[in-house]
Ligand binder design. Structure first.
Ligand code: ADP
Ligand code: MG
Length: 699
């Protein structure tokens, strides 16, 4: 078999390549830029560009591209070849530092939410040296940030990098107070677990809904769904195993640490988890992973569905965002330590996260809001739309003891200055997992489970980093000014626990009673994208995000606009696809079947005139009624779509609310009658593959 260490990262211009191809001086200078954000000199950029070109062309690349993440949610690239004419009529391969550092793609077709007038089409891409360049196909891809002529971010990477810097700044202030003068920087790290569905390409090709929208808009439940739970961690089918093997190989070549893979709860659902890395790199890698997953699937006659809810009535797909913060000296700041001193520091960082999640529930919720994810959050399966935290019994008891000035009963160790006994030495997962919590502590990291499977993880991490940076800023302000450090620290920890207790919930997040309790606790419950997105512009949020330099107000306004626009466009495409399928496929099919049943009855009666043909009569009546209902509901949906053009709808918020209240309802009413018709229609008449075919079609 192939030797993994030999080919791992072979398509990446990584540290090993840099070390071997750059002079010691250039390498050291680039490292300083990567690790410590030191500015980069153009002579260094020239040397790096030259080495990149040498390496890339040797590995088969003919083109290069500035690879970026516009607000469409997918990655974008524009390819330029390395060739440059030489005086003798031939070409030489060229790539300069200038071309490496900056690109100028025509930005006019990327969403800018009003940030850029149409006449100002220019946008800039700027090299992000902290994420390695790599080769995809025949192209050297250079990870870049993307901004407008005026410097506003038009992408997800820029604010992500800003949020990481904000967190770094504030965490360093705290660490200084705890005497960690040796720490140079603090990074947040993420391991995103990616869920997906695999279905057969031939079946996919027959479903217009999947082709146009990535999810099924019709489909009755098959006799068997996921009720047996026999798929979860079940044996992987040979065809899927081959896919996973191929996928791993492609990802490893790109230096992506694909680590675990298993079947998920729903039939045809699987998961891939990488080993965690710095958030920026994890984000780039996750974008690449999603792309490669789809590419490799095509090679295997499969389609990889990344939609949050490809099938109604079957678990949707998410992306568990495992998040932690650690220092360059190797300390995980969310790891409860063994000594009281470490414990106090851990407790402070823990409190910073608790406060952040409570104060900025709305930001965390809206960071994961899309039309697709709305079907998942708030449905009876994945984390609910209400943001709460799970800490586990042990940690909860510690916080309880601190809040109430009681000794902590669970430990026999020394007493901490906070008045409680030292935390027990946490083994990973000392308490049972709570799989229903949107935000769970899992031993040395938090797992944010609300992110949608097709979402970039950037937005969730931007908000998370920002909110935690803000808690730390407030703590650092107080502690730096404190006369009695310990008393202030203890007081702050206690106050945080008291003030933010409401966000901690260890019960069942799927339970109806939780909705009522959360409401009583004053927690937000934004079920849909139009409910939460406008809160991006709430004063408290704008203030916090601009204070840390993560977004300007103009950037926030544009993002709100783009996200809502995305929501509206997505649902409108779905609604139109439904009308199309209902009129052109479903109605004719049911009509044909009803006619054939009627014909069967008529031909039987032709032989035996006294026959009542009760079965046929009843069926034809039922089908006729359903035909009328499908036709009627299709008209209603069409009118709902038309009404979006009404004058009373003045802006994108109005439109998104109208879509939520009218179009989506009309869609589900149409679906209900069409699905009923499916259950009554003979298989050979039904115009496209059923749920049973799709979910159990890959063997
Ligand atoms: P589970 O399904 O039980 O949540 P997995 O092993 O599938 O666990 O995924 C755990 C994810 O968390 C992996 O991507 C792993 O690399 C990541 N992870 C582990 N430790 C940390 C950490 N300290 N910070 C961030 N992510 C982490
Ligand atoms: Mg998980």
């Amino acid at each position: 078999m192939k030797n993994i260490p030999e080919y791992f990262g072979k398509l990446v211009f990584d540290d090993r390549v840099m070390k071997s191809m750059l002079s010691a001086k250039v390498y050291a200078s680039l490292k300083r830029t990567i690790d410590e954000d030191a500015p980069l000199d153009i002579s260094i950029a020239n040397a790096v560009a030259d080495a990149m070109k040498e390496w890339a062309t040797k590995n088969g690349a003919t083109h290069y591209t500035h690879w970026f993440q516009p607000l469409t949610g997918v990655t974008a690239e524009k390819h330029d070849s390395f060739i440059s004419p030489s005086p003798d009529g031939g070409v030489i391969m060229e790539f300069s530092g200038k071309e490496l550092i900056k690109g100028e793609p025509d930005a006019s077709s990327f969403p800018s939410g009003g940030l850029r007038a149409t006449f100002e089409a220019r946008g800039y891409t700027a090299w992000d040296p902290t994420s390695y360049a790599f080769i995809k196909g025949n192209t050297l891809c250079i990870p870049t940030a993307f901004c407008s002529y005026g410097g506003e971010a038009l992408d997800k990477k820029t604010p992500l990098l800003r949020s990481m810097e904000a967190l770094n700044r504030q965490a360093l202030r705290i660490l200084k107070l705890f005497g960690h003068d040796d720490v140079k920087y603090v990074r947040c790290e993420v391991g995103p677990e990616q869920e997906y569905f695999l279905i057969d390409r031939k079946l996919y090709d027959q479903r217009r809904d999947l082709i146009f929208t990535g999810r099924t808009l019709f489909g009755a439940m098959p006799p068997k769904g996921q009720e047996m739970d026999d798929h979860y961690f079940g044996a992987i089918k040979p065809r899927v195993a081959e896919y996973m093997e191929d996928l791993n190989e492609e990802l490893w070549k790109l230096g992506i640490y694909a680590k675990t893979e298993h079947n998920e709860v729903a039939p045809a659902q699987h998961e891939l988890a990488p080993i965690y890395s710095t958030t920026n790199i994890a984000t780039d890698h996750n974008q690449l992973t999603m792309e490669i997953m789809q590419k490799v699937a095509a090679k295997h006659g499969l389609v990889c569905l990344l939609h949050e809810k490809p099938f109604a009535g079957v678990n949707g797909s998410g992306k568990h965002n495992n998040w932690s913060i650690s220092t360059d000296t190797g300390i995980n700041l969310l790891k409860p330590g063994d000594t009281p001193y470490e414990n106090a520091q851990f407790l402070l960082f823990l409190c910073a996260v608790i406060k952040a999640v409570d104060d900025y529930q709305d930001l965390l919720r809206l960071a994961v809001a899309t039309a697709g994810n709305d079907h998942r959050l708030g449905a009876n399966e994945a984390p609910p739309a209400i943001i709460s935290m799970f800490l586990g019994d042990e940690l909860d008891a510690v916080l309880d003891a601190i809040e109430n000035d009681r000794p902590y009963a669970g430990s026999e160790k020394k007493t901490l200055t906070l008045g409680v006994d030292v935390l027990p030495d946490f083994a990973r997962d000392t308490t049972d997992r709570n799989r229903t919590s949107p935000f769970a502590f899992t031993g040395n990291k938090f797992e944010f489970r609300s992110v949608g499977s097709s979402n970039s993880i950037a937005c969730a991490n931007i908000m998370l980093n920002a909110a935690v940076a803000e808690s730390l800023r407030i703590y650092a302000d107080r502690l730096e000014a404190a006369e009695d450090f310990e008393a202030t620290l203890n007081g702050m920890i206690k106050k945080t626990i008291k003030d933010h207790r409401r966000i901690i919930f260890n019960g069942n997040g799927y339970d109806e009673s939780w909705v009522r309790e959360a409401e009583a606790r004053g927690l937000c419950n934004y079920r849909t994208t139009p409910d939460c997105m406008p809160h991006l512009l709430d004063d408290k949020n704008v203030e916090m995000l601009t204070r840390h330099g993560i977004y300007s107000r103009a950037e926030l306004e544009s993002r709100c606009e783009i996200m809502l626009e995305n929501y509206c466009k997505t649902v409108k495409i779905e609604a139109n696809a439904m009308v199309d399928m209902a009129r052109k496929q479903i109605l004719p099919a049911v009509e044909k079947y009803a006619a054939s049943v009627a014909e069967a009855a008529a031909s039987k009666r032709a032989v035996v005139p006294t026959l009542t043909c009760g079965y046929e009569s009843k069926l034809v009546s039922k089908l006729s009624l359903l035909i009328d209902q499908i036709a009627e509901k299709t008209d209603v949906l069409e009118v709902a779509i038309m009404n979006l053009k009404d004058e009373s709808i003045k802006n994108i918020i109005d439109e998104s609310c109208a879509i939520r209240d009218t179009v989506l309802c009309a869609m589900s009413e149409l679906r209900a009658v069409a699905d009923e018709a499916e259950t009554l229609t003979a298989e050979e008449f039904w115009p496209f593959p059923t749920y049973g075919d799709l979910l159990f079609g890959v063997r």
